[in-house]
Design a protein around this ligand. Structure first.
Ligand SMILES: Cc1ncc(C[n+]2csc(CCOP(=O)(O)OP(=O)(O)O)c2C)c(N)n1
Length: 699
């Protein structure tokens, strides 16, 4: 079939609609061409269905992108962002035509994939395929729970939909099944997903890799599914959207048979349209074929702009109407209205930290996961916006809020979530909940399985989202389950994510302080890394520096017995702090004066002033670091004066205390290594590795 015949066979929409759709198409084509980089195919193919959504369904106000009861739109197929930027510009968001012309350029508001916080109207950073869909599930969960909590008869102040546009890649990714399953199970009827079913991915046809019946798959998850054969049939897409909105009990998938690169004589329906500019010649041919002016580029017909810009008045009416409803609600329920405003603005109540426990040595030994559970129970009553759970490990992660009920179909007011064994989706759902606002989301699993949720954790950090992770079974000290369950490289892995704060508290009291940091941090995620095994409780009378010290990331827990300069500093984190304290005692008996620095968070410590860090770690004092994790992360502190007792293998299956001992985590070894560091510093010559677990500071 000749290329022109191929697209001529696809129905054309009425004239004004077609003009608007082609405006979107060619803005995207010109953006990619001018940048000489980007993805024109998806915007060209999906412009009509996106137009149907933005013109006929989506409730938004370009002049106030943050209005709380707006519908949310997520472009999960973030590579198609030229389409989103075109929509934002023409509908009147604060995104100028100049910005479209600076697509993918340094400092522009039109980066290569949508970035939350950079472009008004972008609801989520997307690009890693599948994440946006799961973010949408999280947003729909947030809407459902806030509606259950705040709406009153005759006062539906939380009442909006979440729309997501996905591509083949989004649905191929496993997270689409994880999150699709949760959404279906939870009956999230206000989640509506448009699927650009264009049969093409980067390597060619979806026949290569993706042949299951996607509709049947989502139907099996409990979704309402519809199909639109003609992607340019705006009315058919609009009708499908209307049907989806009427479906209150099931999330909706609308598969629209789109054509990648629609209109391009030589590239439509081919992988060549996916991720590179059409090329000057093909742009010209496409514009000619679609009867569009070849120049100037970035052409926006007046009638199209006028039509699109009606969104401003429409959005303003919708928002004003909501505001008057909200005022009526506030008159009848002033406290509830104030509470709604508080959580939407992410404000904490003044006394949120009151009543948090302090622990005494007689409470121990206590695992830090247990201490964390006790804190969650108290915080959960003080902060009704706290909502979370675990990936089927609740009894182990101690993440339940007693008495807060389960979030489940029919009781969306419940705050304990059961994510099932779906870590990747859990992470992305937490992101969606945080992006929505109104909640403090948290999620727990074993630390080793944080690997399964790395992609959304990275995005949480990138988007500065206040998400809290509760990771238990934090080291080889967890014991019998063996190397598959013993985290080694996870600490350094998470610490290396820019903007992530990792806290590994040493005992129950440091755990309370760590939770204070986590709740107080409004910009960016926090990972609490907690033990399975019981630990002694540090006496706050003996160690009064704990609460403030944890906030600083690292602090002097116990100084050398002489008040002067210590001979050596022992830095330890989490459970190893107790080894350091014991080592300090033994060294003192041998005449060596050691200072113990507890460093629950290297991220927070690194952010302190030079003066503070120098006070804690004087430049000329040798250091021994003790941490049951990969030693690699301590490189930033290395110099000839330090050594690390760490672990650079995968651990072993045995009772935890034995495993720790075998890998050198004993007070005895702390003393031995301390002497070696001291000797080495005297000699000023590097000494050889004594055991695979002890790294020298000369790498
Ligand atoms: C997790 C992840 N893996 C790989 C990629 C790289 N990538 C970008 S788009 C794409 C697939 C393109 O196919 P499709 O999703 O159908 O988009 P379309 O071709 O319709 O634009 C891939 C593999 C990515 N963005 N995210």
């Amino acid at each position: 079939m000749a290329p022109s015949a191929r697209f001529a066979a696809i129905a054309a929409p009425p004239a004004l609609d077609e003009l608007c759709i082609n405006t979107l198409r060619f803005l995207a084509v010109d953006m990619v061409q001018k940048a000489n980089s980007g993805h024109p195919g998806l915007p060209m193919g999906s412009a009509a269905m996106a137009y149907a959504l933005w013109d006929r369904s989506l409730r938004y106000n370009p002049r106030d992108p943050h209005w709380p009861d707006r519908d949310r739109f997520i472009l999960s197929a973030g590579h198609g962002c030229a389409l989103l930027y075109a929509l934002l510009h023409v509908t009147g968001f604060e995104l100028s035509l100049e910005e479209l012309k600076r697509f993918r350029q340094w400092g522009s508001r039109t980066p290569g994939h949508p970035e939350y916080g950079k472009t008004p109207g972008v609801e989520a950073t997307t690009g890693p395929l599948g994440q946006g869909l799961a973010n949408g599930v999280g947003m729909a969960i947030a809407e459902a729970t806030l509606a259950a909590r705040f709406n009153r008869p005759g006062h539906a102040i939380v009442d909006h939909s979440t729309y997501v546009l996905v591509s083949d890649g989004d649905l191929e990714e496993g997270i689409s099944s994880e999150s699709g399953s949760i959404a279906g199970h939870q009956h999230l009827g206000k989640l509506i997903v448009l699927y650009a079913d264009n049969h093409i991915t980067i390597e060619g046809s979806t026949e290569l890799t993706f042949t299951e019946d996607r509709m049947a798959r989502f139907a099996a998850f409990g979704w309402h599914v519809q199909r639109v054969e003609q992607s340019n049939d705006v009315e058919a897409v609009a009708l499908a959207l209307e049907n989806a909105r009427k479906e209150a009990n099931r999330p909706s998938l609308i598969a629209v048979r789109t054509h990648i690169g629609f209109g391009s004589p030589h590239k439509q329906d081919t992988a060549a349209a996916h991720g590179e500019p059409l090329g000057v010649e093909e742009v010209q041919l496409t514009k000619e074929a679609m009867e569009w002016p070849v120049s100037p580029s970035f052409h926006i017909p007046e009638e199209a702009l006028e039509h699109f810009r009606r969104a401003v008045a429409r959005g303003s009416v919708a928002q004003v109407e909501w505001e008057s409803r909200f005022q009526a609600f506030a008159r009848e329920y002033p406290d509830l209205a104030a509470e709604f405003q508080r959580v939407i603005d992410s404000q904490l109540p003044n006394d949120w930290g009151a009543g948090l426990p302090t622990f005494a040595p007689t409470d121990g030994p206590m695992a830090t996961r247990v201490a964390s559970g006790k804190v969650i129970e108290i915080l959960g009553t003080r902060l009704p916006e706290m909502m979370g759970g675990s990936a089927d490990l609740g009894p182990s992660t101690h993440t339940n809020i007693d008495g807060a009920g389960d979030f489940e179909p029919g009781d969306w007011a419940g705050r304990n979530m059961h994510f099932g064994i779906r870590e990747n989706a859990m992470g992305a759902i937490l992101n969606g909940m945080a992006l929505h606002r109104g909640l403090i989301p948290y999620g727990g699993t074993f630390f080793v399985f944080s690997d399964y949720m790395r992609p959304p954790m990275r995005l949480a950090a990138m988007n500065a989202l206040p998400v809290i992770y509760i990771f238990t079974h934090d080291s080889i000290g967890m014991g019998e389950d063996g190397p598959t369950h013993q985290p080694v490289e996870q600490l350094i892995g998470l610490r290396s994510i820019p903007g992530m704060v990792v806290l590994r508290p040493a005992d129950a009291n440091e755990t309370v302080a760590a939770w204070r940091v986590a709740i107080g941090r409004k910009q960016g995620p926090v990972a609490l890394v907690l033990t399975r095994q019981g630990l002694p409780v540090l006496d706050l009378n003996l160690y009064p520096a704990i609460p403030a010290g944890v906030q600083s990331g690292g602090y002097i827990l116990a100084d050398s017995v002489t008040s002067g300069r210590p001979d050596i500093v022992l830095i330890a984190t989490g459970s190893e702090v107790h080894l350091a304290l014991e080592g300090r005692e033994r060294l003192a008996a041998e005449g060596v004066h050691a200072r113990v620095v507890s460093m629950p968070s290297t991220n927070l410590f690194a952010a302190q002033s030079d003066d503070y860090r120098e006070k804690i770690l004087p430049a000329d004092v040798p250091i021994l670091i003790i941490e049951a994790g990969s030693p690699v992360g301590w490189r930033s502190f290395v110099g000839p004066r330090i050594a690390v007792i760490g672990i650079d293998t995968f651990g072993s299956s045995a009772p935890g205390a034995e495993v720790m001992e075998h890998y050198g985590f004993t007070a005895e070894n702390v003393c031995r290594q301390a002497h070696r560091v001291l000797d080495k510093n005297k000699e000023e010559a590097p000494c050889a590795l004594e055991s695979p677990q002890t790294m020298e500071g000369s790498f």
